[in-house]
Design a protein around this ligand. Structure first.
Ligand code: CS2
Length: 484
């Protein structure tokens, strides 16, 4: 039995000050934990939380209501030690998904003067932006809907905008919008989504958004796998019978650009790094952690692994990400003094090796079209500019194309979870071998033309793809994972 440090909720939030969109596992184990610690320290707080689910999970909202918003976060240091934290800062849970009857309640909550911050974890695709250019996708069906029906929005940018419209009409100052998703310049991207939609709806509102709304960026980090029966079973053994519980690692980091015109909790007391410029931290995390994760996912699945810790226990994959970080991520980063990237890389390997987490490679592999640009492609452009090689990145892209077009054991072909799945299936049906690689690299929604036009880039991916097809993943890993 592991040693459990139980931390109860010892405070009570007097009002709701933050509304969160995207009540997934990540938000419950990251931002909510910082707010809970803030509440426990002060005993009382006006930064209570309302969280809304914008997608299909109605059951979770009902579960949380039955529990009066209370749930647990199990923070595993390893198999032997964990902290079991009770969260009581969540005062309201809403379901505002399609057909959700609580959308109006959510919009009213966001428009209320007490709400001073709106945070978001709606995943990369939830912003309806083109992954490579960051421009709003007018052809996205939810955006098309929100242009026609601004008052009953379906997209996250549409919901934020409608709430801001109501505040402006009522003379209430704008809340601060804090994006907590893994995107580069995530504040700027969110501003882009909301402003571009506003420009299509009402130019006066667009101007107000431009002038009045703060969109600070932040870097969020904590490994929080989707819950499965095995994780619930382990919690029950600890006498924690909670179907809304979440499991995470014990590590947590949050670096936030300090720009909150209506105020904020004193997060720095809980270890949040409040800074002027988040970009170096964001780029570091996206390329080192998330870039390695995606490499482990696509190459690891081909090599027959299922979980992250199993993949890094395979010495070839551990060496692959070690080489990727040292040779293809670190040279693209410019960090403030005092940040030791080699130590960061070593710490990441240890975090990935945490075998108390059931972190599925398939969870990481989903939505590749939305993730590749910031994890690999922006860095690859820099590497080529510096005259460096991109072997590991090219192997990752080749493995991704393979993953998107060919069956893995237990998964039928083309069953990948990605907004571009239909396009992938179409390309897989029409092209094979080298022409398939070309067809994928020509998808300019993912690959910026400035990169895909470079022969050195295309050649590296072609080489990796044909070696994968010819020799198989084991042989290729043998070569690529050998240090230079
Ligand atoms: C992962 C992230 O699913 C993924 O793509 O890379 O969710 C990762 O676990 C988090 O960003 C860690 O902070």
């Amino acid at each position: 039995m592991p040693v459990v440090n139980r931390v109860p909720c010892t405070g009570s939030a007097t009002q709701i000050g933050i509304v969160h969109l995207g009540l997934g596992a990540f938000n419950r184990a990251h931002q909510a934990v910082y707010l809970q610690r803030h509440l426990n320290r002060h005993g009382t707080s006006d930064w209570g939380l309302c969280s809304a689910n914008l997608r299909s999970n109605h059951t979770l909202v009902e579960q949380l209501r039955e529990q009066d918003g209370r749930y647990h976060v199990a923070e595993y240091r390893d198999r032997e030690q964990l902290t079991l934290r009770e969260i009581g800062v969540l005062r309201e849970a809403l379901y505002a998904g399609e057909g959700g009857h609580e959308l109006e309640q959510l919009l009213e909550r966001m428009a209320a003067p007490q709400t001073r911050i709106v945070t978001l974890t709606v995943t990369e695709k939830g912003y309806c932006l083109s992954p490579s250019s960051g421009q709003l996708r007018r052809d996205d069906p939810t955006i098309a809907h929100d242009i026609a029906h601004p008052q009953t929005p379906r997209s996250a940018p549409g919901i934020v905008l409608e709430a801001l419209r109501r505040r402006r009409a009522a003379g209430t100052p704008a809340f601060t919008v804090l994006c907590c998703d893994n995107m580069p310049d995530n504040g700027q991207r969110t501003r882009q989504a909301v402003s571009a939609l506003a420009a299509l709806q009402d130019p006066g509102l667009a101007q107000w958004v431009e002038q009045q709304v703060a969109f600070p960026s932040c870097m969020v980090d904590r490994i929080v796998p989707a819950m499965d029966e095995e994780s619930f079973r382990r919690l029950e053994q600890l006498d924690c019978h909670d179907r809304a519980a979440v499991v995470s690692e014990s590590f947590s980091q949050w670096v936030v650009e300090d720009h909150f015109p209506l105020g904020r909790p004193d997060w720095e007391m809980e270890g949040v790094q409040m800074v002027d410029d988040v970009r170096p931290f964001e780029t570091m995390k996206l390329r080192m952690l998330n870039g390695s994760h995606s490499l482990l996912a696509y190459v690891g699945l081909l090599a027959g692994h299922e979980l992250v810790f199993e993949a890094v226990n395979d010495g070839r994959l551990a060496r692959l990400i070690e080489r990727y970080m040292a040779e293809e991520a670190v040279p693209t980063l410019h960090m403030p003094a005092g940040i030791d990237l080699m130590k960061y890389a070593v710490d990441l390997q240890a975090r990935f090796a945490n075998d108390s987490l059931q972190h599925r490679l398939r969870q990481i592999a989903m939505d590749g079209s939305q993730k590749l640009p910031q994890r690999w492609l922006l860095g690859a452009q820099q590497l080529l500019d510096q005259g460096r090689g991109i072997d590991c990145t090219a192997l990752g892209i080749a493995a991704w194309i393979h993953y998107c077009t060919q069956p893995l054991p237990g998964r039928p072909a083309h069953g990948v979870d990605d907004p571009l799945n239909a396009t992938f299936a179409d390309l897989a049906g029409r092209f094979d071998g080298a022409s398939r690689v070309d067809a994928f690299l020509d998808l300019d929604e993912i690959f910026p033309p400035a990169l895909s036009a470079r022969p050195a880039f295309r050649d590296a991916v072609h080489r990796a793809y044909s070696a994968l097809a010819r020799d198989g993943v084991d042989d290729l890993l043998q070569t690529v994972a050998t240090p230079n």
